[in-house]
Design a protein around this ligand. Structure first.
Ligand SMILES: CC(C)(COP(=O)(O)OP(=O)(O)OC[C@H]1O[C@@H](n2cnc3c(N)ncnc32)[C@H](O)[C@@H]1OP(=O)(O)O)[C@@H](O)C(=O)NCCC(=O)NCCS
Length: 121
């Protein structure tokens, strides 16, 4: 038996070449979006920056900073047209696993109470 897995989902480290697309998704998602320079700084200082792809299209990203045994999820975002397909959930699971391997005992994500999607996730 063969199970066809569609879409094909992949989580990988963010590269500088992803920044244009990451920035496009960010600008389309937040009223006060991060600038491209902030993402560049996140890569430069070594934050754990990941992207999620579905069928080779970049659909979202997550940025995590680590300090001692704490990890902070600074940004988690999925392209508006790719939401409610469990992509954020898949990415979050990956980030939690990685934080655990990095010996974090807690992972924080601050969200506004009015951000119903993020709270529900
Ligand atoms: C919050 C966000 C990351 C969710 O991404 P997503 O890929 O749509 O989420 P998922 O499909 O993985 O959702 C998993 C579950 O979370 C809950 N959920 C996610 N978004 C929801 C919403 N808008 N309303 C209600 N429940 C929601 C649901 O239970 C959902 O499961 P279901 O679709 O089977 O009901 C996305 O809406 C987003 O990028 N928002 C803008 C950026 C942001 O606010 N990020 C969070 C703060 S850093």
């Amino acid at each position: 038996m063969v199970a066809v897995l569609s879409p094909r989902v992949c989580v990988r480290a963010m590269a500088r070449g992803d920044l244009a697309e990451v920035n496009r998704i960010e600008q389309a998602s937040y009223p006060f979006p991060w600038t491209r320079g902030i993402f560049q700084d996140c890569l430069r200082v070594g934050y754990r920056c990941h992207v999620i792809e579905a069928d080779d299209a970049l659909c979202g990203y997550g940025i995590v900073s680590h300090a001692l045994d704490e990890a902070h999820l600074l940004n988690l975002c999925i392209h508006p047209e790719r939401r409610r397909a469990r992509l954020a959930e898949s990415l979050l699971k990956h980030l939690v696993c990685e934080a655990r391997i990095g010996e974090a005992s807690r992972l924080f994500l601050e969200v506004r109470p009015s951000n119903e999607g993020a709270v529900a996730l």
